[in-house]
Ligand binder design. Sequence first.
Ligand code: ADP
Ligand code: ASP
Ligand code: MG
Length: 405
Amino acid sequence: MRRRLIVKKFGGTSVQDKERIFRVAERCAADYRDGADVVVVLSAMGKQTDVLIDMAHDINPHPPKRELDMLLVTGEQISVALMGMAFSALGIPAVSLNAFQVAMHTTSVYGNARVKRIDTERIQHELENRKIVVVTGFQGMNKYDDFTTLGRGGSDTTAVALAAALRAEKCEIFTDVDGVYTADPRIVKKARKLKEITYGEMLDLATLGAGVLHNRSVELAKKYNIPLIVRSSLNDSEGTTIKEDTRVEGMLVSGVAADKNTTRISVIGLEDRPGTAFKLFDLVAKAHVNVDMILQSIGRDGTKDITFTIPEDTEDECVAILKENLKRLRAHDLDVNHDVAKVSIVGAGMMSAPGVAAKMFECLYNADININMISTSEIRVTVLIDEKDTERAMNAIHDAFGLDE
Ligand code: ADP
Ligand code: ASP
Ligand code: MG
């Protein structure tokens, strides 16, 4: 009979020093001794990825993306090798593997690759030999036989992709908080840990700025129906389970998230006639920039303005292409502001409850916070506000919806 298989992922703070590495090793050894097959996915130690990015920019402010990935993958390689040694010190058979040894195939986009396919033979073989398999998170290989990375926080996605490919019983994400909270506990002190949350809600929260999980990991977990558990690497508390359906708590709003990586661009004085929006967003798309919120003013005197938001780290590309084409677009002017942030509420319960958006707007009004733009879906409301108001807005919204109760 096949043994049960568990994928356990540990983030940077969980493997930041010798003591924590051994704590992780002990924790995985317990499942191993219990008879399970264990695959461990690790991030780079502590803030190593940030250190490597700074090193790169010190040499070249615009490092070639291929070379940057070549550098960044070293971080994860250090942690898996040290973990392999820790297991050996404990007398537990283990083997560390990088993306090439696993054969973790991804798309070719350096810095933001997506997992395409994983050849599981090597891992299966090692598991059959009763070894714990320690895999580098965050990295992959592309069709040019180069290293790629999956985007910041991407080790979560490595873990879920492995759990799906190996048909694991569950995927546990160990981090420096006890689970998924109603808001980032570093910003909202009254934030409360959730026992469970749906894939859909978690996907929105992660996409809208809740950095506790890489959003693609949630997307994959939903697609392959992998139970995902977020829990602390420092204690044994239960954590949060992310799954298809949880309506036990019947909460209207499950969480608040914020994203400061946002820039608002207004293109002013565009011609008010068919095809204008197409021309504008076609250009933006050609610069490989993702557009998020969009607002178009009512046409007056033959002209109109279009305002939209993009990730701040793509601002340079976007502004450059728009400036080049301002005449061709027949626009008068461009207004660019990156001192803005998105604040969102997410909750499957709001689908059938009117007045949720109004309550959010009322609470921002009471806190004297101005709303720049608004966008909504069935299970979320997002507002764009001044970046300096972010923390105040999150706390006010958290209070207004009684999320600490
Ligand atoms: P790791 O290195 O383990 O991957 P991350 O820093 O990526 O850890 O994610 C954990 C952090 O996510 C927490 O320290 C917390 O500040 C932040 N966070 C943001 N939103 C939330 C949320 N809703 N619930 C829990 N943590 C959150
Ligand atoms: N080490 C990578 C990062 O810092 C990946 C991860 O931690 O998930 O983004
Ligand atoms: Mg993370």
